[in-house]
Design a protein around this ligand. Sequence first.
Ligand code: SAH
Length: 239
Amino acid sequence: MTSLRTLAWPLCALLGAAPGARAQDSTDARFQALRLALVDTLRHHGITHAATLAAMESVPRHLFVPAELREWGYADRPLPIGYGATISQPYIVAIMTQTIRPRSGMRVLEVGTGSGYQAAVLQAIGCRVWTIEIVEELADSARSRLLRLGYGQVQVRHGDGYLGWPEEAPFDAILVTAAAGSIPPALLEQLAPRGRLVMPVGDPGGVQFLELVEKDAAGRVSRRRLEPVQFVPLRHGTR
Ligand code: SAH
């Protein structure tokens, strides 16, 4: 690898390919500057969890959106990714991530893979991540994107996340990135004692609140409302 690269650079320069490479470098630098500015905005909006901010500073969100939307990759807003799905607003990703208090080695289940961005942020923190997506095309493209961008340890499954991932349970944390009127019972069961689950709960087309569910050491569950949000619906049993 290394030797190939050292050989390839002078060759590129000789063939006049270097200007292209420089253009790519400056594009990367520009996106990196936009990413840092976004993370600053998140800090100003009250995100304090250092590992969450560091992860969002490192994950190239512009490569998780459709090519024609790359320029919008670091705007603090959701973007369409096809099949009726969206990549969540960065602020919401940050809130959900810091709410589960992620640590390296923690086992996290995500329901609603979408682009794979949230899963990449969790892996960048060092979490072990299992993620489920009901739209097969999205599951396949997220799996290959995650692999290509260096987040290949994330396990992606095509299926109905309403049922969780029983073979890998229990999970220290569960993030649901699609809204439903109530929390799927299988997910509550698959949450470990002292675990945290975050999910948008409410009318899929109307008012939804992000809810935090905490399970204590004895398995008792308590719930707390965080803030109003708008997510795509959690589908159940259909494609
Ligand atoms: N977390 C994603 C954004 C998710 S958008 C990201 O970082 O990009 C919500 C996703 O949930 C959509 O892709 C939708 O297809 C998926 N979804 C909806 N119902 C689902 C279900 N029952 N199981 C798994 N995924 C589901």
